[in-house]
Design a protein around this ligand. Structure first.
Ligand SMILES: [Fe+2]
Length: 442
């Protein structure tokens, strides 16, 4: 994750990254009007106020479990704000705003945690010690990436908050559209390396280990992510009413939720609109469609195709004709603005062909950034998986056969998590993610 080699360099980069991650999440809460911080924009998730406390409780609980002599000062909040929720059975929390502490108390807790942890981070003995076999740098990376993941998932959540409860922020301009050249790209058979090797000495989450090679037969893949325009054809063709296209559980979910189009779309006076973070626009036909895994699967069935496996996605993104593999689709350069839309660059997507310099060796466009991509692969451990002893449930709690791997990254994914081995996962009936898909055929 970090380029600096010497200890002081690594330490300073990590401290700067932590400060930036805190600033990133602090900014997010300021776009919610004060009287709306106890709202619950996504019915299956906690109220917004929970996350103000959670980001700090996570860091505190992590440190408190590993750093000697750290004494708790608010065990009630340490527990209250410890865990988020992800009910796969559609169960919904029933707590009320009054069940949560007042904002001033949560802010006091946040400030005290930061003060106590910053004192630890200033102490050079912290950086020399080992924690259950893990380095201080690993713990810092865990705290930073945990916070940055929430910076992204909080954006999904605030997206669902009614516009009048938000304070509008500026948005970098979307790329000016050039003509789309739809089509599929042939990917020759070859090997794909999934995962991260321990001897790479790079930070990765438990589910990224171990590195291994997978042989992938030849296939074809869409040049772009599926656009709103393409998905509209499926909607107009009655795709949401054709039971034969849907996985059984997906059909039940769609029917119960009364879904007849993507969550981000809205129909008014016979016209389609798109709900962006702060606006409603006429449906942008060349933006990627954002849908749940079930909706993506139904579209793929309708078009006579499939979603790519995790290994196929890797092969299309990082493979080359001569058999070598790249760190990023475009090569070895660290991600920057010319490669795609990520790292909080905008609030909303941009056309699927916006970043030609980000294309893979095979010419597949827009794989990293501008929306995660669903795969057909169930989220499972790689051979040699070992959970982090200090956070055993991070991945293992989701190896239940009910979550699918996503690859790539969205506009709100931090640059550090665009590494090749990073794996995201969600349940198939969760429509709030900035996630789309592309199709493959064998
Ligand atoms: Fe969390």
């Amino acid at each position: 994750m970090f380029a600096a080699q010497d200890d002081a360099g690594v330490r300073n980069e990590l401290l700067a990254a932590m400060a930036e991650a805190r600033a990133q999440t602090d900014r997010l809460f300021t776009l919610v009007k004060k009287d709306s911080l106890y709202q619950r924009p996504i019915p299956e998730r906690h109220r917004i106020v929970f996350y103000i406390g959670h980001l700090e409780a996570f860091d505190w609980n992590l440190a408190q479990g590993l750093v000697p002599h750290l004494r708790p000062f608010h065990t009630e909040f340490d527990r209250l704000f410890a865990f988020g929720i992800d009910p796969v059975d559609g169960g919904r929390p029933t707590d009320q705003p009054k069940d949560w502490p007042v904002l001033s108390e949560v802010h006091r807790y946040r400030d005290k945690v930061r003060e106590a942890l910053d004192a630890v981070l200033e102490n050079s003995s912290f950086w020399r010690a080992s924690y259950d076999g893990f380095s201080a740098a690993t713990l810092l990376n865990v705290a930073i990436e945990h916070r940055l993941m929430h910076a992204e998932t909080l954006a999904y959540m605030l997206h669902q908050l009614p516009l009048e409860q938000k304070i509008r922020q500026g948005n970098a301009p979307a790329h000016t559209a050039r003509p789309l050249e739809f089509g599929m790209i042939e990917i020759p058979g070859g090997a794909a390396t999934l995962g991260l090797a321990h001897d790479d000495f790079a930070f990765g989450w438990d589910n990224e280990f171990e590195a291994h090679r997978v042989s992938v037969p030849a296939f074809e893949i869409d040049r772009y992510k599926v656009t709103n325009g393409q998905y509209l054809e499926f909607v107009d063709a009655g795709g949401y009413q054709d039971r034969s296209l849907w996985p059984e559980a997906g059909w039940s979910w769609k029917t119960e939720q009364n879904f007849s189009h993507p969550l981000f779309w809205k129909r008014r006076n016979g016209r389609w609109y798109y709900r962006t973070m702060f606006d409603e626009l006429p449906l942008p036909l060349d933006w990627p469609v954002f849908v749940s895994h079930a909706e993506a699967s139904a579209y793929a069935s309708w078009s006579g195709q499939k979603l790519p496996t995790e290994a196929q996605w890797h092969r299309a993104a990082y493979g080359t004709a001569n058999g070598s593999e790249r760190a990023y689709p475009w090569g070895a350069e660290t991600p920057d603005r010319t490669h795609g839309y990520f790292d909080f660059r905008r609030w909303d997507p941009t056309p699927v062909n916006a970043s030609p310099r980000g294309a893979s060796a095979f010419g597949v466009a827009g794989l990293v950034g501008n929306g995660w991509e669903w795969t057909s692969s169930v989220f499972e451990p790689f051979e040699g998986f070992q959970p982090f002893s200090f956070y055993p449930g991070y991945s293992a709690n989701f190896f239940d056969g009910k979550h699918y791997v996503l690859k790539g990254g969205s506009i709100r994914t931090a640059a550090c998590m665009l590494r090749r081995s990073f794996r995201n996962w969600f349940q198939p009936h969760y429509p709030y993610v900035y996630a789309g898909f592309r199709c493959v055929s064998d």
